[in-house]
Design a protein around this ligand. Structure first.
Ligand SMILES: [Mg+2]
Length: 242
């Protein structure tokens, strides 16, 4: 019987990619407004390239952007980028549509909830706390805190142990077929792929590891009800077989 529902965080519970895109665009616009002598599209694509190379948690995106654009270093321009970026992130941080309703529904149905996420532990907790999501979750497992990243089986096993359940008592919900779905399936969990955001058509080689696919988070309670009645039917059959 399913007792625990694990969620990925970014683009599963928190609408992260949309927010990041908005924040990056606003940062470039503000830099241009304060004198960056470069066309928006050129600066924006340079920033994306830089993030791709150095990672999204790199602390000096805007300094490096000036270097790449061969613009003389100007702290005012860096500050303009930083301000617009942070203001956007604070103002527009949102959950994915229906997330809160779904979490409440699942809690009421008796499921315990957990998060298994990759990323910087403080940044991940910031999102959880700012959105006041912590009360919904029994445990939060963050890869860079535990020293192992999805899809490594260790992080999923650690989460199962932390929640005190066996793999067949847990489902994993996430937007990444590779890290969330393939990873969780490997340790024996049921998997629900949330086909959402920038990974909606990527990593399709791993589609076979998804037990279910949903386009909206709001489909989740119905999928879990289906799983529950499937289990009840199975246990009825086992009783009759005895
Ligand atoms: Mg994700």
């Amino acid at each position: 019987m399913i007792r625990v529902v694990f969620f990925d965080l970014d683009d599963t519970i928190v609408d992260t990619s949309r927010l990041a895109e908005m924040a990056r665009r606003n940062a470039i616009e503000n830099m241009i407004r304060h004198g960056l002598p470069v066309d928006f599209d050129i600066a924006y694509s340079e920033l994306l390239e830089l993030i791709n190379e150095y990672g999204s948690n790199f602390g000096r995106h805007f300094d490096y952007l000036l270097r790449r654009l061969e613009v003389p270093y100007d702290p005012k321009l860096v500050a303009a980028g930083v301000i617009a970026y942070h203001n956007t992130k604070f103002a527009y941080l949102r959950t994915v549509k229906g997330a809160r309703r779904v979490l409440i529904d699942l809690q009421r149905s008796g499921y315990r909830l957990g998060i298994i996420t990759d990323g910087d532990p403080i940044k991940q907790w910031e999102k959880i706390l700012r959105l006041e999501l912590d009360a919904y979750f029994d445990e939060v497992f963050i890869s860079d805190h535990l020293g192992v990243r999805k899809p490594h089986p260790k992080i999923f096993r650690r989460a199962l142990r932390g929640m005190g359940v066996e793999p067949d008592e847990a489902v994993m919900v996430g937007d990444r077929l590779y890290s969330d779905i393939y990873g969780a399936k490997n340790v024996g969990m049921r998997t629900i792929w949330f086909r959402y955001g920038k990974y909606a058509s990527r990593e399709l080689d791993y589609l076979e590891y998804a037990d279910f696919t949903m386009r909206s988070l709001e489909e989740l309670p119905e999928i879990l009800r289906g799983l529950r009645s499937e289990e009840e039917t199975r246990s009825d059959q086992e009783v009759h077989a005895d």
